[in-house]
Design a protein around this ligand. Structure first.
Ligand code: CA
Length: 230
């Protein structure tokens, strides 16, 4: 098995080298770019699986680069983790809107960074799986069947799509507009509270098995599907 390629896009040399050192030690094949121009060359030539993109870069912001990559069909399988020194909630949300798969706030520990990289890799592999699971909850993508604690769960079509989306994209916060875009479709005009209605129905359907606890309300932001209770 070949090592997973990770591209580090960071203009501060000390930070870039520190990250490269730890990722190499963790067994990754590391590529380094000090600006977006070089990053795009390496992305095209080396096809890394993961890109760590700093927020502040000399030629273009990391957020712009992320947006560009996420809109590009050639990079559908690339996972992006944004590195940011900013901690304000709004910045985190814009990071997610730009399509980053995760974000890590500086300063971070090398161990945390490696854990986040492994988490996005697991998630991106899970996207191709036919059977998704979390806790006692199982979703058969091909058969459109859901089981919780061993029993079949009946869901309406929207609740099913919502659950499939959540199970394919765990541990991320999605705002109501983002859920409308991704689950209902970008050209469908429905009110944001429609999301709440269907989340409520989905929770109700999953409540008997206790699996409803995976659907978490993030106040002021939206919803997250997660194994953890925090
Ligand atoms: Ca920087």
């Amino acid at each position: 098995m070949t090592a997973t390629k990770v591209l580090i896009v960071e203009d501060e040399r000390a930070i870039r080298e520190m990250i490269a050192f730890h990722l190499t030690r963790a067994g990754f094949d590391v590529l380094e770019a000090e600006n977006c121009r070089l990053a795009r060359v390496l992305l095209a030539d080396e096809r890394p699986e993961v890109a760590l993109i700093d927020w502040m870069l000399p030629d273009m912001s990391g957020l712009e680069l992320t947006r560009m990559l996420k809109r590009d069909k050639d990079y559908q399988d690339l996972s992006v983790i944004m590195l940011t020194a900013r901690t304000e909630e709004q910045d985190k949300i814009s990071g997610l809107d730009g399509g980053a798969d995760d974000y890590v706030t500086k300063p971070f520990s090398p161990r945390e960074l490696v854990a986040r990289i492994n988490a996005v890799l697991r998630r991106s592999k899970g996207k191709d799986a036919d059977l998704l699971s979390m806790g006692s909850l199982e979703l058969d993508v091909r058969g459109h069947r859901v089981r919780a604690a061993g029993s079949a769960v009946k869901l309406g079509p929207t609740e099913y799509r919502l659950l499939e989306f959540f199970m394919k994209n765990p541990d991320r916060v999605y705002s109501r507009p983002q859920l409308l875009d991704r689950v209902w479709g970008a050209n469908v005009y429905v009110e944001e509270r429609t999301v709440d209605v269907h989340v409520r129905r989905l929770r109700m359907a999953l409540s008997e098995s206790g699996s409803d606890r995976h659907i978490q309300t993030v106040h002021g932001t939206g919803y997250r599907f997660s194994a953890s209770d925090t």
